[in-house]
Ligand binder design. Structure first.
Ligand SMILES: [Zn+2]
Length: 230
């Protein structure tokens, strides 16, 4: 069994998407301060964290873009939705800022030799980390899904899809259309993932990515992991 880490690091001032506060992280106490309890002397270290519920690798809750008061927050989404079977589609060849079309999704699926089953998680490798990590383009030049491709995934009964970019579709209108389509179709997605290139050609695998139990959360950071059989 092999575990592939699909999450980005959480750290002070990590790249944050437009419209969300950045991660602020600092020392709360450290080993320079000697404490005492009774006769026991010790030191300890801990940090404080302040961040958006859409920080780093995260999943969006249905209530993020669905104004219906009954749309679930992240703490109300069944845990089963985050422990699924999964496949990864290779769309790493598409140009930056491109909106991936349905024929391109169909071609990538055929090339993978896999099928999409109901309740699957579908990860989509677009070469974002390879091409853009560490550059200003990471926050603005990424490709993503055309809204029709979001509907195409929903038509196949998936639970969620995931991308390395900070958004499921290119910035501004395509991004909001993709989010609204997810809300309308009752599916969701993960953003700011990592290592998706390592899943290309690996067939069907186990996906695990549990959210934190944030009361009323509109999303949550996740430790996303692919588990491959030997
Ligand atoms: Zn989102």
């Amino acid at each position: 069994m092999q575990f592939i880490d699909l999450s980005r690091e959480i750290h002070h001032r990590a790249p944050a998407p437009f419209g969300h506060p950045p991660i602020s992280m600092g020392v709360w106490n450290d080993h320079s301060e000697v404490k005492q309890a009774g006769a026991t002397r010790f030191t300890s270290k801990s940090y404080f964290l302040s961040m958006s519920d859409h920080s780093a690798t995260h999943v969006d809750a249905p209530c993020h873009f669905n104004p219906d008061p009954n749309a679930p927050s992240i703490d109300a989404v069944p845990l089963e939705n985050f422990y699924t079977e999964a496949i990864c589609l290779d769309l790493s060849h598409v140009p930056l800022k491109h909106e991936i079309t349905v024929p391109e999704m169909e071609e990538a699926l055929a090339r993978s030799g896999q099928e999409i089953k109901p309740r699957d998680t579908v990860l989509i490798e677009m070469g974002v980390i390879k091409r853009l990590w560490g550059t200003p383009g990471y926050l603005q030049d990424f490709p993503g899904l055309h809204v029709d491709s979001v509907h195409w995934l929903a038509d196949r009964g998936i639970l969620m899809f995931g991308v390395e970019a900070i958004s499921p579709a290119p910035l501004m209108e395509p991004n909001y259309k993709a989010h609204l389509a997810c809300a309308e179709r009752g599916i969701t997605h993960m953003e700011s993932m990592w290592n998706l290139d390592k899943l290309v050609g690996k067939g069907r695998f186990r996906f695990i990515g549990f959210p934190l139990k944030i009361r009323g959360g509109t999303g949550s950071p996740i430790r996303a992991v692919a588990v491959l059989d030997d």
